[in-house]
Each structure stands twice: as structure tokens, then as C-alpha cells.
Design a protein around this ligand. Structure first.
Ligand code: XMP
Length: 520
């Protein structure tokens, strides 16, 4: 359980694909909330967390089936407002004495419109300005009879009980999903709910910073902490926050594997050492990494080699820091949320991701993860709060294995040099056209083919490269970015003119799925 002292809201997860969005909407309203799978929420858990309100998420099960998931009865006895969404609504009705029936062709999927009944409730303040309100539905089963104490406050053609409430007990149940963007007025809905629950909106980054600093001090005492810096936003924000708490008891180890972008190592070193005065070991291990990668072209082998060496190198430098007892990591909330799995089976490994997992046990270190309650955009906000430059915070994600996975086939220093230059020109173009912040991630991959070209009166036989640019929310799915032909033409010309070694430029228009964002 968290150490967070703010007013807390509990989201009980029944496995909906969009449960995380409930948390997003609430955090946007400065409310601290946590998602926990229903299996974990026991009476003792509820006592311990003492939430000020509870939300029951949607989910794929049917309450009519034996063994379908339930929250503990105690949820309804704590005297706090409870909101049930979709499956959450049905489970609420079922447990409180209503009746749910199986879908018989009355199911609703997608956009629907809710109209109000005569009596208006505060939960729907700001709704129905246009008579009816667009919402997003996705349900097979439906409520056939509402539980005693409930009344109807909104209906839709497929869901006569679209909005119901027991105002006395402050129980609310909706069939639609207020958390998704297709319910455009969903934020107002949540605003009304948290107002009813008495939240003051005390979850701000300034407050979080203070609290985190205090907590880190308590946790660490007079011991030493080491932090692996990758140059990415998460580990950097974690390092600056920890440094604010414990000063020189923190040492950062920046493992430079020789697979970074142009100017990146210098930028990280100067920011941490010169600007923040954080003790930093710059482990320049390019020879080691590139040596072991020599002749390797299989993507998974590359990833495994880099992951293993990273741990070895980190351990070597960390061992040189006397009295280190803690290892800091930039773990984020989405990595911590335990997702509910009904199928049970593990998901297929598409790529082995590079991280320093396993290090703490191996080295006998305790973990400190000051960002584990935060979403990505909150980490950015915290970074701004801590004074990190906006240009640094807004940087596109960069993978741990670095340029190795943007260089399909064998990696050579020559190819890496060409790739770095082409990438720098491409990013410069994107910035010049004011597109950098509009794109989620953009980079160049150098292809393992040479092609024939003509420059001036001479024949060339150089590498081809691919430009990649995608938009995404979380990297799980992505669409290629629709650059104009002018932009692409201009960029290709610049790369070929300015980067010796490339004579052909292509644009990758694959979305994810079926492609992945990186080339390997
Ligand atoms: P893919 O290529 O799997 O990438 O579609 C999704 C997102 O994850 C990043 N990525 C990684 N990040 N370690 C990381 O820290 C890795 O091993 C890794 N592999 C891919 C990728 O850049 C994209 O943002």
C-alpha cells in the first residue's frame, strides 16, 4: 500500500480495458486515486486504505455467472460514496437487491445518448444543456430491476437504467463509461462525483514534491543511494527529486553504451554535474558494448547482450560507492498497476525490454522508487516543478538499447555515425516545422542495404534509411504521423546532402499493430 497521505479514492478493478482512464480523469481533477484488482480488496485492505470514495470499474464478466467477481460487502457499509460503472453498476445492483439480465439483443455498443428524467441530481450538474448527452456504452447484460433505495435519473434507448442513484446512501450507478473520451462531458461527471465525496483537490505536484522529499529522507536516513541514469525523463526526474531530499548521499551512474543520439551524453553529463551538482559517474563503456555486439544481427540477441552488460557495468561502478544501500529507479504507476487477467495465461514476449530488473536482489540493495504513484504526464509536471528544462522534459521517449535497435543487421561504428547524423537532421527538420511536440516519437533507422544513386555526375553506392514518426498515447498502439509530401521531400534532400553515407530516404508508414514502433 502507498505511503501517500492525500485524500484517497479507491478504484476497484474488474478488468475493463479502460480502468486506467478512470484514474487519469481523477488525477486531472487533482484527486489522488489508486487502482487495485478486486481480488486484493479485502475488509482489512479497506480499513487500511480508508478511501473517501470508491469506484467500481467495468469488466468483461457477467454478474449472473457463478464465481463472477464481487467487491466485499463492506464497500457498501463504509458510509462513503460509491460509483459503479458498467459491470460495476451491475454488480452493485446485484448485491444490493436489484436484478441483472443477460443481453438478449438489447446490448449497446458505442455512442449512445442519455436523456434526463424529471428530477435532476447534482451528479449530472452541467449535463443535458443540449437536452441529451452523448455517452459511450459497451455492455451485453443489463439491469432489469434496480435495487431498493435507487431511483432513475437518466435513460438511453438501450439502457432504461442508464443513471440511477440512491441519494441517501450516496450510491451512484451508470451503465455507460464516463471515463472515455467518447463521453465528452465525462470530466464534469467525475467533478460532480468527487465534489459530493468532499475531495478538496489536494493532489498537486508542489504538494507531491514536498511529501516525496520528506518520505525519501525518512526512508534513506544517513545511507547512500545510487541511481542509474539513462538520460530519459523518468530516471532524471527521480534523480533530481532524490537529490533535493538527500543531496550528496545520492550518486548517479550514467552507463554510456555508445548507442546514444548525437550530443546526448554531453547533455546529460553537463545537466547533472554542472547544473544540478549531482555526483555523477559517467561510465563510458562504448568499447565494451560495441565489442560484444560486433557481428551480432539477431534483434533478441542484441537486446540480451545489452541488458546483461548494462547490469554488469552498473554493478561494477555501483560497487565502488561505499555504503550504498539503496537503488533508485524511475518506475511509474502504469508499471505498478496489477492488471486483472481472466484468461490467466502470460502474454507473449514480443521484445525483451531492457531494464535493470533483478539488480536490487543481486546486489542486496533496497529499492527506492519515488515515481511509482505517478503517470507519465505527472512525471513531466513534477520535472517542471523541479526546474528541469522544458526542452528536456518534452523529449521523445528513447529505448534503453538505444540506437542498436534502429540499426537492423550488424552494428558498426560507421553505421552508428551515419545514423546519428541523419537522425539529428531529421529532428532538426521536425523542430523547425514546429512539429516536435505534436509527434509522440520520431527517429531514423539505418537500413542494412546499400543502394545505387547518382550525385553530380558520379555513381553512389550508399545506405538507405527509414524515417519513423508515430503518434501514440502509451506506446502500446501507434499511428504513423501524416507528414506533408513537402516536408518529406525537403527532409530527404537535406539528409542526402548533409549526411555522407546515405543516398536514399524512405518513410515508414506502418502503424502498430501490425508493426512495432522501433525496427527491432
Ligand atoms: P515498440 O518498438 O515495442 O516500442 O513498439 C514501444 C515503445 O517502447 C520503447 N522501447 C523500449 N523502451 N527499453 C525501453 O526503455 C526497451 O527495451 C524498449 N524497446 C522499445 C520504444 O522506443 C517505444 O517508445
Amino acid at each position: 500500500m502507498t505511503e501517500i497521505q492525500h485524500e484517497r479514492l479507491l478504484i476497484i478493478d474488474f478488468g475493463s480495458q479502460v480502468t486506467q482512464l478512470i484514474a487519469r480523469r481523477l488525477r486531472e481533477l487533482d484527486v489522488y486515486c489508486e487502482i487495485h484488482p478486486f481480488q486484493k480488496v479485502t475488509d482489512a485492505f479497506l480499513d487500511d486504505m480508508a478511501p473517501r470514495a470508491i469506484i467500481l470499474s467495468g469488466g468483461p464478466a457477467s454478474v449472473i455467472d457463478d464465481g463472477s467477481p464481487r467487491p466485499p460487502n463492506k464497500v457498501f457499509k463504509m458510509g462513503v460514496p460509491v460509483l459503479g460503472i458498467c459491470y460495476g453498476q451491475q454488480v452493485m445492483m446485484h448485491m444490493l437487491g436489484g436484478r441483472v439480465e443477460r443481453g438478449d439483443g438489447t446490448a449497446e455498443f458505442g455512442r449512445a445518448y442519455v436523456t434526463p428524467t424529471e428530477t435532476r441530481i447534482d451528479l449530472l450538474n452541467g449535463w443535458f444543456l443540449e437536452q441529451r448527452e452523448q455517452v459511450w456504452m459497451s455492455h451485453g447484460d443489463h439491469v432489469a430491476a434496480i435495487a431498493p433505495g435507487f431511483d432513475i435519473y437518466g435513460t438511453s434507448p438501450g439502457a432504461p437504467f442508464a443513471v440511477t442513484a440512491d441519494l441517501e446512501r450516496r450510491f451512484y450507478a451508470v451503465q455507460f463509461h464516463p471515463e472515455v473520451h467518447h463521453t465528452p462531458n465525462g470530466k464534469t461527471f467525475f467533478q460532480n462525483f468527487i465534489q459530493d465525496a468532499g475531495f478538496t483537490g489536494d493532489w498537486t505536484m508542489a504538494a507531491y514534491r514536498e511529501e516525496a522529499v520528506r518520505h525519501i529522507r525518512e526512508q534513506v536516513g544517513d545511507k547512500q543511494v545510487i541511481c542509474g541514469l539513462s538520460g530519459g525523463v523518468d530516471s532524471s526526474v527521480a534523480a533530481v527529486l532524490i537529490h533535493e531530499a538527500i543531496g550528496d548521499q545520492l550518486t548517479c551512474v550514467f552507463v554510456d553504451h555508445g548507442l546514444l543520439r548525437q550530443g546526448e551524453a554531453d547533455e546529460v553529463v553537463s545537466m547533472f554535474r554542472d547544473h544540478y551538482n549531482i555526483p555523477l559517474i559517467h561510465a563510458d563503456e562504448a568499447d565494451l558494448f560495441l565489442g560484444e555486439l560486433d557481428g551480432v544481427s539477431d534483434p533478441e540477441t542484441k537486446r540480451k547482450i545489452i541488458g546483461r552488460l548494462f547490469i554488469d557495468v552498473f554493478q561494477k561502478y555501483a560497487n565502488s560507492i561505499e555504503g550504498a544501500e539503496f537503488l533508485a529507479q524511475g518506475t511509474l504507476y502504469p508499471d505498478v498497476i496489477e492488471s486483472v487477467s481472466f484468461s490467466g495465461g502470460p502474454s507473449v514476449t514480443i521484445k525483451s525490454h531492457h531494464n535493470v530488473g533483478g539488480l536490487p536482489e543481486k546486489m542486496g540493495l533496497k529499492l527506492i522508487e519515488p515515481l511509482r504513484e505517478l503517470f507519465k504526464d505527472e512525471v513531466r509536471a513534477l520535472g517542471m516543478e523541479l526546474g528541469l528544462p522544458a526542452s528536456f522534459i518534452g523529449r521523445h521517449p528513447f529505448p534503453g538499447p538505444g540506437l542498436a535497435i534502429r540499426c537492423p543487421g550488424e552494428i558498426t561504428r560507421e553505421k552508428l555515425d551515419i545514423l546519428r547524423k541523419a537522425d539529428a537532421v531529421y529532428i532538426d527538420q521536425i523542430r523547425k516545422h514546429g512539429l516536435y511536440d505534436e509527434i509522440w516519437q520520431a527517429f531514423v533507422a539505418i537500413l542494412p542495404v546499400r543502394t545505387v544513386g547518382v550525385m553530380g555526375d558520379s555513381r553512389t553506392y550508399d545506405f538507405a534509411c527509414a524515417l519513423r514518426a508515430v503518434n501514440s498515447v502509451d506506446g502500446m498502439t501507434a499511428d504513423y504521423y501524416p507528414f506533408s509530401h513537402e516536408f518529406l521531400g525537403e527532409t530527404a534532400t537535406r539528409i542526402i546532402n548533409e549526411v555522407r553515407g546515405i543516398n536514399r530516404v524512405t518513410y515508414d508508414i506502418t502503424s502498430k499493430p501490425p508493426g512495432t514502433i522501433e525496427w527491432e
